[in-house]
Design a protein around this ligand. Structure first.
Ligand code: ZN
Length: 755
């Protein structure tokens, strides 16, 4: 060997330990050699506790099907493993364990603990359990066993998982089509287990059993062939089945074991391709069983939503990609909320963006039955019945993560409390997050620390938020969209932080150049009068429901797509004890023995203008479906009758139109129709960049101009009558509320401000 090459080798050898050194969190295991460290570390299950409306939602679930499935459908022990329902029932226990402990429901904890004991006691000397050789059954149980271990510290769970991976290493992964296609679902479980135990056999088992399936998924997105966006037909392929796809995005985590960046393309290439050819609203795609293109009457299975949202949470943990965390919120807060009944007793198999009738009738599904869009016990097939239970608990689980520099990150938002070890000397921080997010964009964080210490508290700034402000008592930071805002400082007990997302209304173009309307993480659907009809009762709150419309659904929006924020006013209502209900829906409330017709509005309503389009009708062949929206923009002369309309959160609407045809209407015209008419205050918006607000009552008045998130932009004390001119250094483009207090009375006027 030539001396200079020898020297190079010595230098490389000396550098290798440094090259491998990676910063990992002191308190929460990740990145154990030879694994790469993920960007963040999920905190142990139970570390994040729900508060506010999330507690309400989880308690609804505990009192709904999750708490009663064994009384309505069957238990793990009572069903033979040959039964297809029993096979899927394994998924149920994953959700039951998580929910029971999160809401601290002793009845459910008893059920969950009995299931854990039964499963662990079934493990044989070779590591197999429940007498099944189905890899998919096994991994569903393993996913739940992680949560059980994290929340209880029961070492039997760790031994159980270790024994199972030794079994996989010697026996391989076996089973039916689903088990074969979803083998790499073991990858995240193995990464977690190896980080906790360092047992090399766990990683060997993955290398032996999963790599050829992983290579198949990678190859699928490198040479994607499912590129027909207009209702493609075609049978099953593992790569076009919605639940497989939902699972598979997270197979990109194999990069952390293999260090081969090409495995990351399973999501970096996969997500854009799926969106391009089959994307729908709310971050999902269309595939009833298999890909079906982009038409808004095509659907997606509830299992697909449950698995895709979990994948997005795991991907954010691994790679810190803001877009996938945004998408986890989209999927859970829109699609998952909306494909379940508001009381969490029933679900759909397939949900549609434009869903104008819920009934048993022929629809052009790719593979599903006529009952696929009804809400009920197990429309079409029992898999979703068993798979709906982990999604809300997992959302809570992933709301906060540990950063590798011993801080914490708010990754998904909503009311909760997190307690975690931080800093360099085991400081314990508790952060109370008070908010009605996603219905509002203001979040208050109260910090408690076991001792004064310096560590980072970080906030995910969604890609959709261009006006985020993060404030402490002494600082105010404007944070860029799609970034992480880090506050690295010394924290004292009682410190507080406010994060404000103004949530300007946005729009996106969809099928036939239709438009969808979003605000914050929520999509907004037409509020359609709903009349619920019982088809079949299965006991307690379990009913198969059909839903008829009582108001027009065939609405074209009058909107200025370039200025969607000026095309609507935002009205807030209290978040109720059924957060995703709207008027007319039937709910089986906890403690009740009969259904109640819900009479309250959803927490947010967007008020706007539209036209009932006489030419947009139901489909002649498939009478349960709307025709495609007519190609937009529509002419101003298009036949119909103008009307005021209300849009409500997609998750509150069980009938809905979400992809709207539209008539281009300038904001100035819309503002007139939307203005709150009061004689005491008026606003004139000038095109020269000024806004004149006239206050007519005599005497002292207080004028506050608020943005639509309710934050005061400017405030003036003066005497009326008076006209006040505000230029564009005060008011940026958008919609505001001018609020005048005079003589003990309050007057409001809406202002749309266009440069
Ligand atoms: Zn399903």
């Amino acid at each position: 060997m030539k001396p200079k090459y020898f020297l190079v080798l010595i230098v490389v050898a000396l550098l290798c330990p440094l090259l491998h050194a990676q910063q990992v969190n002191k308190y929460y295991p990740s990145g154990r050699a030879p694994l790469l460290a993920p960007k963040y570390v999920k905190l142990p299950f139970g570390t994040v506790k729900p508060q506010g409306w999330l507690t309400t939602q989880l308690n609804l679930q505990a009192n709904g099907m999750t708490g009663h499935i064994d009384e309505i459908y069957g238990s793990l022990k009572s069903l033979a493993s040959a039964d297809r329902g029993a096979e899927y029932l394994y998924c149920y226990y994953e959700g039951l364990m998580a929910l029971a402990y999160l809401v601290n429901n002793q009845t459910l904890i008893t059920k969950a603990k009995a299931a854990v004991d039964y499963i662990i006691s079934s493990q044989t000397a070779d590591g197999n359990f429940l007498g099944t050789t189905e890899a998919f059954d096994h991994v569903a149980i393993c996913r739940g066993m992680i949560e059980y271990y994290e929340i209880t510290g029961d070492s039997k769970a760790l031994t159980f998982l270790t024994n199972y991976f030794h079994y996989v290493n010697s026996a391989g992964l076996t089973g039916n089509t689903w088990s074969t296609d979803r083998k790499p679902e073991h990858v995240p479980v193995a990464l977690w287990l190896y980080n906790h135990t360092g047992d090399q056999i766990v990683l060997d088992a993955i290398t032996k059993s999963c790599v050829s399936t992983l290579n198949g998924w990678r190859g699928n997105y490198q040479n994607f062939t499912f590129t027909d966006s207009a209702n493609p037909s075609g049978g099953y392929s593992e790569y076009r089945h919605n639940v497989n796809i939902g699972h598979a995005f997270k197979y990109a985590l194999y990069y952390l074991q293999s260090k081969d960046t090409s495995y990351k393309t399973i999501y970096t290439k996969g997500l854009p391709l799926v969106d391009k050819y089959h994307g729908s609203t709310c971050g999902r795609f269309n595939a009833d069983e298999n890909f079906t293109g982009k038409q808004p009457t095509q659907g997606m299975e509830t299992c697909g939503i449950a698995e895709m949202s979990f994948s997005m949470e795991k991907l954010f943990e691994a790679f810190g990609d803001i877009a996938v965390a945004d998408r986890a919120e989209f999927l859970v807060l829109n699609c998952f909320a909306g494909c379940n009944t508001p009381d969490m007793w029933g679900h759909q198999y397939d949900q549609q963006a434009n869903q104008i009738l819920v009934n048993v009738s022929k629809r052009p599904w790719n593979a599903n039955g006529d009952d696929s869009n009804i809400f009920g016990l197990y429309p079409n097939y029992p898999c979703c019945l068993c798979n709906v239970h982990h999604t809300w608990p997992r959302y809570v689980e992933h709301m906060w993560m540990a950063t590798q520099d011993n801080g914490v990150l708010a990754s998904l938002y909503g009311p909760c409390q997190v307690t975690a070890a931080v800093g360099n000397d085991s400081t314990i921080v508790t952060i109370d997050e008070s908010t009605e997010y996603p219905f509002t964009g203001t979040m208050g964080f109260k910090v408690s620390v076991s001792k004064t210490d310096s560590f980072p508290i970080c906030f995910r700034i969604p890609q959709w938020e261009t006006g985020a402000v993060v404030q402490t008592a002494t600082t105010s930071v404007t944070a860029a969209a799609g970034t992480v805002c880090t506050l690295n400082k010394t924290w004292h007990a009682g410190d507080s932080i406010t994060v404000t997302f103004p949530m300007a209304i946005r729009s996106e173009y969809r099928w036939n150049h239709s438009v969808s309307v979003m605000r914050g993480p929520l999509w907004y659907s037409l509020k359609i009068g709903e009349q619920w009809k019982k088809n079949t009762s299965h006991g307690q709150g379990s009913v198969d429901w059909g839903i008829n419309s009582t108001t027009a659904w065939n609405i074209g929006l009058k909107i200025d797509p370039q200025h969607p924020n000026g095309s609507f006013t935002v009205a807030h209502n209290p978040v109720t004890n059924v957060p995703f209900a709207q008027k007319g829906q039937q709910v089986y409330l906890p403690g009740s023995t009969s259904f109640t017709t819900w009479t309250q509005d959803p927490p947010v309503i967007l008020k706007g203008q539209g036209r009932i389009l006489t030419g947009w009708t139901t489909n002649a062949q498939y009478t349960g479906n709307a025709n495609d929206p007519p190609v937009s923009p529509l002419q101003e002369s298009v036949a119909g009758r103008d009307t005021s309309i209300e849009l409500i959160p997609y998750g509150s609407a069980r009938l809905r139109v979400t992809e709207f045809p539209w008539i281009s209407t300038p904001v100035e015209v819309l503002a007139k129709a939307l203005t709150i008419k009061v004689p005491e205050v008026s606003a004139t918006v000038e095109r020269n960049g000024t806004c004149r607000i006239t206050v007519r009552p005599t005497g002292a008045f207080d004028l506050a101009v608020l943005n639509l998130a309710g934050r005061v932009v400017t405030r003036i004390h003066a005497s009326g009558p008076q006209s006040i001119v505000l230029d564009n250094t005060v008011l940026h483009e958008g919609a505001y509320i001018a609020q005048v207090t005079s003589g003990g009375k309050k007057f409001k006027e809406r202002i749309s401000f266009i440069r």
